[in-house]
Design a binder for this molecule. Structure first.
Ligand code: SF4
Length: 401
């Protein structure tokens, strides 16, 4: 491809026109990084015009680290019976939501390992308990691979499981476990996890039921650009389908780079040098995400894996949302030593403003709750809240209710 072809594709992309995968691959492989950023930023302004950068005050809660799936990149899980295995009690989880509410949080993202024994009533009971005692917190819980595990353990279909969870108070299904939606990669790094189609099927059903959903992607498993493009196309196709069928598609897309250290099998493997991705690759990937996912409105930064500075830079590469406070994050943080496991609301304001934008607090559905036009407005928000840090050093004995 010539420079003229690149320019034509960049102009086409920047206009918001749909790129076919072959065109996307050309840009991904050879376009100048800053040109990609400019095109992605132009599309960001088409989809989300203006100078606001949004963020969410939320908390990740992990109700159990017991898991039977043994993903190669995971440093979080413990096998059943392990001395550090835990299942949080309803009261412990409720206390975490109370802390979240006390700092103005509106959403909990609750996920766990693939527990082999907990019954459906444990999960529905938990949702009802949280709904009753913490009604201001939206419950986005259980990623597609957990839902898949539930269906196996409960001997139910995916739709049956989702209907029961929704009736108990579930508001959304987070997009965890997407990694790379290509089975060639999934068979290598998470062979016991659901297939790419399985992940899509759960999200499609959740969208059909009116639940909130988000899409995720993790790069750096040694995948090719074609694998990444396959992931984009699966998401874009489902988004087209769900928006046309019932107007309820993914609210947002977030990607990050795989974290690995000696804490994970991936990081201990002989091929460990092949894994991971640089900040430059991350920025290129986010720009391509904005250009290929033309039916997604919101793209989130991943300051947890990239650090706040690259999070800021990514706002010029098609991203319109700084993600969330994650008052507690355990899964990504337990895969490596150098991730950032929490950021207060005031710190988020600082980084957004420092990058030339205006911070705006939102809810899960991207409704703006408050705009902090001037720096003085930020002084009213809390600094780092006093909540517990990572969990692994803070485990409790196995408590199966
Ligand atoms: S990533 Fe999730 S499914 Fe995989 S081992 Fe970790 S907890 Fe289990």
């Amino acid at each position: 491809m010539s420079k003229m072809d690149d320019d034509y594709l960049l102009d086409k992309a920047a206009s918001g026109a749909r790129l076919v995968p072959e065109e996307g691959l050309v840009l991904y492989a050879q376009a100048d990084l800053l040109d990609l950023g400019l095109a992605a930023d132009a599309v960001r302004q088409l989809r989300v015009p203006g100078n606001l950068v949004t963020y969410l005050v939320d908390r990740n809660v992990n109700y159990t680290n017991v898991c039977t799936t043994n993903c190669q990149f995971c440093g979080f899980y413990r096998p059943p019976g392990h001395a550090e295995a835990y299942v949080r009690t309803y009261e412990e989880i409720g206390q975490k939501l109370a802390e979240l509410a006390s700092v103005g949080g509106t959403r909990v993202l609750m996920q766990g390992g693939h527990h082999p024994d907990l019954p459906l009533t444990w999960y529905t009971g938990l949702l009802r308990y949280l709904r009753k005692n913490h009604p201001t917190i939206e419950l986005d819980c259980f990623s597609p691979s957990e839902i898949d595990n539930f269906a196996t353990v409960f001997k139910m279909t995916i739709p049956e499981v989702l209907v029961e969870l929704k009736a108990a108070g579930l508001a959304g299904v987070p997009g965890g476990g997407g990694e790379i939606l290509d089975d060639e990669i999934r068979r290598r790094v998470s062979p016991l996890k659901q297939s790419a189609q399985g992940w899509i099927d759960v999200e499609r059903e959740a969208q059909r039921l009116g639940l909130a959903t988000s899409a995720t992607m993790v790069i750096g498993f040694g995948e090719t650009l074609e694998h990444r493009m396959n992931h984009f196309m699966r998401l874009r196709d489902l988004q087209d389908y769900s928006l046309a069928e019932h107007g309820n598609g993914f609210t947002a897309f977030i990607a990050w780079t795989v974290q690995h250290s000696e804490l994970t099998s991936l990081g201990r493997s002989k091929r460990k040098e092949e894994y991971g991705a640089t900040a430059t690759e991350y920025l290129r990937h986010m720009a391509m995400s904005r250009l290929m996912l033309d039916n997604f409105k919101h793209l989130q930064a991943s300051w947890v894996t990239q650090g706040p500075k690259i999070g800021q830079v990514s706002l010029k590469f098609g991203i319109d949302d700084f993600g969330s406070t994650m008052l507690e994050e355990n899964v990504v943080s337990n895969a490596a030593h150098d991730t950032y496991d929490k950021m207060g609301e005031r710190e988020i304001h600082h980084y957004i403003r420092d990058a030339g934008y205006i911070p705006a607090k939102r809810d899960t559905s991207y409704n703006i709750l408050q705009v902090f036009e001037n720096a003085a407005d930020s002084e009213s928000v809390p600094t780092l809240p006093a909540v517990a840090p990572r969990q692994t050093q803070d485990v409790i004995p196995l408590l199966v209710n």
